[in-house]
Design a protein around this ligand. Structure first.
Ligand SMILES: Nc1ncnc2c1ncn2[C@@H]1O[C@H](COP(=O)(O)OP(=O)(O)OP(=O)(O)O)[C@@H](O)[C@H]1O
Length: 237
């Protein structure tokens, strides 16, 4: 079996939601294979975050099954809004993440240096991130996510707040991770970037799955061959 055919994440959500609305999302089934970058798309309130929370096991009202199938069954979650400790420096955040991941010290030092260099945060290494700009804080979340080189990445809206160079660095890092065999699920509203970098799409609306497949599959589904993702998206909603 080729790398592209092995699922690293299987999502079977029969229903999930919140106290007052336990079926906010229903019948959402898809998988993420090795080497795939799957774009999780949908308008505000469609259920993208609820789907991600289900995958991360954060919802008590969940019916279905989530299976991590990679070699190490490991994943990294990169949240939209940075979650940082006021009293820890950037380097201490990285050391802390490495200890949670139980990373070998030599591997950690090598990766840490490379990531700080790539995202141009070497000079800020020993500073407290509380005073960093929003984009710099977001870059820390990317660095912490990439440190462990997991089987699966779950990335929530990464493009808002990053400058164009940081977006380019982030995308090239995703490419490298895909080539290594990781699978990525990424929610975003930035459809032109999604169209350019995602290998397939999961389109949600009103808590339901509207489309799932490559751009070509989706163009076929909405009867618009060669149409950009943006037009397909609006036609299907
Ligand atoms: N903590 C919560 N408690 C109750 N209802 C919630 C909660 N979070 C989200 N919802 C509801 O669930 C539905 C889906 O919201 P969700 O946040 O999953 O959408 P989304 O696709 O991520 O939207 P956006 O693009 O705006 O981030 C919405 O109707 C929302 O009001």
């Amino acid at each position: 079996m080729s790398k592209e055919q092995v699922a690293v994440l299987e999502v079977h959500i029969d229903q999930a939601g919140y106290d007052e609305n336990p079926d906010t999302i229903k019948q959402i089934h898809f998988d993420v294979k090795q080497g795939e970058l799957v774009g999780l798309l949908g308008p505000n309130g469609a259920g993208k975050s609820t789907t991600m929370k289900s995958i991360l096991g954060l919802l008590k009202d969940f019916k279905g099954e989530i299976s991590f199938k990679g070699e190490r069954k490991s994943y990294a979650y990169i949240p939209e809004h940075p979650i940082l400790y006021e009293e820890l420096t950037l380097w201490e955040h990285m050391e802390f993440a490495a200890s949670v991941y139980d990373l070998d010290r030599t591997v950690f030092l090598e990766r840490a240096d490379d990531l700080l260099h790539r995202f141009r945060l070497l000079d800020a290494k020993h500073q407290l991130p509380g005073k960093f700009s929003k984009g710099m804080q977001q870059k820390i979340m990317l660095i912490l996510g990439f440190l462990n080189k997991p089987d699966v990445y779950i990335v929530d809206e990464p493009f808002i707040g990053l400058d164009p160079k940081a977006i380019k660095d982030f995308i090239s890092m995703l490419d490298e991770e895909r080539k290594r065999g990781a699978g990525i699920l990424m929610s975003t509203h930035v459809l032109d970037t999604a169209e350019r970098i995602c290998t397939s799409f999961v389109l949600l609306s009103g808590g339901r799955l509207v489309a799932n497949g490559t751009l070509q599959d989706i163009q076929k589904q909405c009867g618009m061959p060669d149409a950009p993702l943006f037009d397909c998206f609006h036609s299907l909603l």
